[in-house]
Structures are given as C-alpha cells and as structure tokens.
Write a protein that binds this ligand. Structure first.
Ligand SMILES: Cc1ncc(COP(=O)(O)O)c(C=O)c1O
Length: 393
C-alpha cells in the first residue's frame, strides 16, 4: 500500500499510469462459510432432517431475541418475507406510502399484494425515507407505510411511529439490509408491525437464500405462519390460501451458526464506519452517510456521494479512478424506482422524487465488512483523498 502525496494531480492517478494505493484490490465484501458453518450444515445433512425443523426454530428464537422482537419466522428469502408481511397486514386496494429510493422488492411486493403504491422521497444525507414527505402524502385512504432501513441505517422511527399512531397506519420495515441495527438503544425489531429480513448470500447474515420476519403480535405471527405454509391450521386442514415459503433446516443451521458471530461482525463494520466518517469529513468532494439521530446502523453498505459542484468529474469517472487505485465500488442504485419501466404507470401519477433522482447520479459504495482491517480502511480513505484531490475544481 502506498501513501498519497498531499497534492494529487490527475497524472498521479493509477488510471493515468501513476502508482496505485493498493497493489491488489481490497475485497468489496466478505461472503462464504467458515468451518463451523459447514459443520452445522453437515450435521443437518447427516441427520436427514432437511425440512424446516429444530435449526429453523432456534434461529427464529435467537434472531428475534437479538433484534428485541417477540417472535421470529423464518422463510425462503427476503422477497417472500415482504410478501408474507404485506399479505398478512394489507388488503387489496390499500394505499401504501413507500420510498422511491430502495431495492425493487420493497415496492414490487406491494404491487403483487394489489396495494396502491405512493412514492415518497428520501433525505439526502441519510438516504432514508423523509417523514415530512410521507406526512404530506397521507390521505384518508392511506393504510400503511412500507419503508426500508436502507444500507442498514435505521429510518427516523420516532417520526414514522408518530405518523402511524396519528393516522392509524400499519408500518412494515424492510430490514433486509439492517440485521441487528438499533434505534433509541433498542433492536429495530421492537418497532412497527413487522420487520422483514433477507439472508441472501451478500447480506450481513448470508445463508445463500433465506429470509426472516419478526413481529410482536401472536395473532399476526399465526396469520403469517399460515400464509407461509398452505393456510394449514391442522394436519391437512386448510382454512385459507397460503404458499410454501418455508426455509429448510440446512439453511437454518447455517443461519444459526452465522448468527453467533453477527454482533461481533456488525461491531467490526461499525468500527470501519467510524474510521471512514472521521477521514471522509476532511475530504472535499466526497460526502459520507449521516445516520439518523439516535440510530446505530448495521452498515450493510457504506454509501458515499460525490459532490459534483466541487469536482471536475462524474460519479462514474470518480469510481473508475478509485477502482484503479485498488478500491472496488458499487452503485446502489443507478435509478430511483420511479424511473424503472415496471413502475412507469405509478410514476406518472407520482411527484418527482427530486432527492432520489439526484442520489442516482452521485452515490457510490465503498467496501465495508468484518474482514476489513484498519489499515485497509485508511488506505481506502487515502484513495478517496487522492482521487478527490486530483479531480478538484
Ligand atoms: C432492501 C431489500 N429488500 C428486499 C430484498 C429481497 O431479498 P431477497 O433477495 O432475499 O429476496 C433485498 C435484497 O437485496 C433488499 O436489499
């Protein structure tokens, strides 16, 4: 790893033949299984008990407890977790406010549930849904808020819960990126009607495919468990239409194994985020994420913004230069959902989400995971400093 000179010019950039900060690219994420995860999966394989069983049940119990929720329900993935939450809490035709800046599943599953989608905008510095914009959009027909703790940063839960109370709205928190995130000192599972999680391979707790819901109401949990498994209320007794969205016990065992280190892994992400915050605050041309007040993010992604007013380059040119310094980047997301062809009809009747549209041109994520060393985190900041310096106006 090299240290950048204070006065970087474009000719010093690796993309123009200069010496890169890193000899080899830093890994963007840490995925995969360790020996204990593999042993946990092997134990289930050897038992022959492959369907949802004791491992899924234990994962539900422990995950809910660690999230400050009463009840956990495993399921096949984060998309079906949303489908189960919406299916249990919404009626066709319900008007639901949801952010234009999130992963598609938060909203596509609303459409699948035949809800009427109303897009709200987000806040520029935290990237989270803007409670004031949500309030502006509430009508007598609004029945719910379906909102994402995006990148692992909790939304302004106090503001959302106050709106929900005032207008008698259901709240579903898409927590696919926010395992073990906290708000006001509590796990995020303490809030809302339901939290939904994804255990997709790259998530903070990744089992390949997999998902979870946490709820705090027994009746709701029962309704969700019926929806999850053929509406079955007794052996071959079906009282409602349901699906098969169950998790299998191999996945459950991997999830349970990974859950044992999730807190330590999350704290490591938080330590890296602290290094980033202190360093990025000194860099002109790059903005860091500012977490919601009273929140403790899970930092699934560390999403920065280029300041196009002070730089001579675009976001993509900035990222291309950073990549050549050995810092991989990703763009989550290249479009607000109002620009997705599938939502064109909904977008036609929505206000333009100005902040979400701007974010699509400026955001970029830098590596954050439990295996990142302090040295690597500082090197990444050195690369940001070098590239921002070289492209300074
Ligand atoms: C915010 C959000 N919601 C929902 C999902 C869907 O989860 P899955 O891929 O497990 O279906 C994801 C996954 O990327 C996500 O990031």
């Amino acid at each position: 790893m090299t240290t950048p000179t204070a006065t970087a010019t474009t000719s010093t950039l690796a993309i123009n033949g200069g010496t890169p900060i890193f000899d080899a690219p830093v890994p963007f994420m840490a995925v995969g299984l360790n020996k204990k995860d593999i042993a946990a999966a092997t134990e289930v394989l050897e038992s022959g008990m492959l369907r949802a069983a004791t491992k899924c049940a234990e994962l539900e119990k422990q995950f809910a407890a660690k999230s400050d929720a009463k009840i956990g329900l495993t399921c096949s993935n984060g998309t079906t977790a949303l489908q189960l939450a919406y299916g249990a809490l919404l009626q066709p035709g319900d008007e639901v406010i949801t952010p234009a800046w999130t992963f598609i599943a938060t909203v596509s599953m609303l459409v699948a549930a035949q809800a009427k989608v109303v897009f709200c905008d987000v806040l520029e510095d935290s990237y989270q849904a803007d409670p004031k914009d949500i309030e502006r959009l509430i009508t007598p027909n609004t029945k719910a808020i379906a909102i994402t703790h995006l990148y692992g940063i909790p939304v302004d839960i106090d503001a959302i819960e106050a709106l929900a109370k005032k207008h008698d709205l259901k709240v579903i928190y898409d927590s696919a990126q926010a395992h073990l995130a906290e708000y006001n000192g509590n796990g995020i599972g303490a809030y809302g009607d339901a939290c939904t999680y994804s255990f997709y391979a790259t998530k903070n707790l990744g089992t390949g495919e997999g998902g979870m819901l946490t709820v705090n109401d027994e009746k709701l949990a029962t309704k969700i468990s019926h929806l999850r498994s053929h509406g079955e209320t007794g052996k071959y007794l079906h009282e409602s239409i349901g699906f098969n969205y169950r998790m299998n016990d191999i996945t459950g065992a991997i999830g349970l194994s990974k859950l044992q280190t999730l807190k330590a892994d999350t704290d490591r992400r938080r330590a890296v985020a602290n290094i980033y915050a202190n360093r990025i605050d000194t860099i002109t041309g790059v903005h860091r994420p500012i977490p919601t007040a009273n929140s403790n993010p899970a930092w699934h992604l560390y999403t920065c913004r280029v300041d196009l007013e002070t730089l001579t380059c675009t976001r993509d040119e900035f990222c291309a230069a950073l990549n050549k310094e050995g810092v991989p980047t990703a763009v989550h997301y290249p479009k607000p959902l109002t620009d997705q062809p599938v939502f064109a009809e909904i977008a036609k009747n929505s206000d333009t989400p100005k902040i979400a549209e701007k974010l699509a041109t400026v955001v970029f994520c830098i590596p954050i995971h439990q295996n990142l060393t302090d040295n690597q985190a500082h090197g990444i900041c050195d690369a940001l400093t070098k590239v921002a310096g070289a492209f300074a106006k």
